[in-house]
Design a protein around this ligand. Structure first.
Ligand code: YXS
Length: 259
C-alpha cells in the first residue's frame, strides 16, 4: 500500500504524505512512493505539483527515517541514497513544485521543502535543521540547498543549534514565500498554483532549470572535494555519530564526546 495519496485537478498534481504514525519520516518506502507519484505525474499534463501532509498534520515530516541511517563506516547521505535521489528529482522535475507546509519540518525534510520551488506555510509551521543533533555529517549538495534558501548566518544558526525556527521568522528571512492561517493554507496554495497553470509551461520549465543550474554553479577543485570527503568520513566513522543514532532510537539525550 502506498504511503502517499496522489490526486490531479485542473492540471495541478497533489502528493499527500500519508504515513502519520511515523510522522511522515522519509523512509525508503515513503521516498519510493513519492518518486513513483512524481513519475506518474510526469506522464500527465500536470503543470504544478503540490507536496503536502495530511489535513491538520502536526508534523509535515520528521525527516530522514533514523532507523534506516547506517550505523557508521558508510556515508549516510551518499549519492544513491533515497533522500539524495528525492532531492534531485524535486530539482529536476520539469514543473514547479510547491511545498504546502503545516506542522513541524525536521532535518532532511527541511531540505526537501527548501528544494521545492515555492514554500507556502501555515503560521504554526516550524523548521529545524538537525544533523548536529544526531552527529550526522550533512552532505555538500544538501548544505547548498540550505544556502540557496537561507542567509549563511541563519544556516549556521539553524545547523549548529538544531533548534526549530517559527514560520513567522522564516517568512521574514525569505526562507518561505508566504505564511497564512492553517484554515487559509489550502485555498491560498491552490490559488498560487492556478496562477502558475495559466502561464507558459515551457517558459516556466526552462526558467526553473536555468535558475537551478545557476544556483548550483560552484567551482570545486579535486583537492577541495577530497578534503571534504575526508572531513565527512571522520564524522560518520566517529563514536559521536553512532551515539547520536543510538540515543535517538533509545529515545534518550545523546552524550557527544567529540570523538
Ligand atoms: O515509537 P513509534 O514506533 O511509535 O515511532 C515514533 C517515532 O519513533 C517515529 N519517528 C521516527 N522514526 C524514524 N525516523 C524519524 N525521523 C522519526 N520521527 C518520528 O514516529 C513515531 C511517533 O513519534 P513521536 O512519538 O516522537 O511523535 P511526536 O508527535 O511526539 O513527536 C513528533 C516529532 C517529529 C517532534 C518527534 O518524532 C521527533 O522529534 N522526531 C525526530 C525529528 C528529527 O530529529 N528528525 C531528523 C531525522 S535525521 C535527518 O533528517 C537527517 C539525517 S539530518 O539529521 O542530517 O538532517
Amino acid at each position: 500500500m502506498s504511503l502517499v495519496i496522489t490526486t490531479i485537478e485542473d492540471s495541478i498534481g497533489t502528493i499527500m504524505l500519508n504515513h502519520g504514525q511515523k510522522r511522515n519520516a522519509l523512509s525508503q518506502k515513503l521516498i519510493a512512493d513519492i518518486l513513483d507519484a512524481l513519475g506518474a505525474l510526469r506522464q500527465q499534463d500536470v503543470r504544478v505539483v503540490i507536496f503536502r501532509a495530511q489535513e491538520g498534520a502536526t508534523v509535515w515530516s520528521a525527516g530522514h527515517d533514523v532507523s534506516e541511517l547506517p550505523q557508521g563506516h558508510r556515508d549516510p547521505l551518499g549519492w544513491d541514497d533515497p533522500l539524495r535521489q528525492l532531492i534531485r528529482e524535486v530539482e529536476n522535475y520539469p514543473a514547479p513544485i510547491i511545498a504546502m507546509i503545516e506542522g513541524s519540518v525536521w532535518g532532511g525534510a527541511c531540505e526537501v521543502a527548501f528544494a521545492c520551488d515555492l514554500v507556502i506555510a501555515a503560521d504554526d509551521a516550524t523548521f529545524a535543521i538537525t544533523p548536529a543533533k544526531l552527529g550526522v555529517p550533512y552532505n555538500l549538495s544538501g548544505l547548498l540547498t540550505f544556502m540557496n534558501t537561507i542567509n549563511l548566518h541563519i544556516v549556521k544558526e539553524m545547523a549548529f543549534t538544531a533548534s526549530p525556527i517559527k514560520a513567522e521568522r522564516a517568512e521574514r528571512l525569505g526562507i518561505v514565500n508566504q505564511i497564512v492561517s492553517k484554515q487559509e493554507l489550502k485555498n491560498h496554495t491552490y490559488e498560487i498554483a492556478k496562477q502558475i497553470v495559466r502561464n507558459s509551461p515551457l517558459s516556466i520549465a526552462i526558467m526553473k532549470e536555468e535558475l537551478n543550474l545557476l544556483a548550483n554553479a560552484y567551482d570545486l577543485s579535486p583537492l577541495m572535494f577530497e578534503r571534504i570527503q575526508s572531513l565527512r568520513r571522520v564524522v560518520y566513522n566517529s563514536q559521536d555519530y553512532q551515539e547520536g543514532i543510538r540515543a535517538f532510537l533509545e529515545k534518550r539525550v545523546p552524550k557527544f564526546l567529540g570523538k
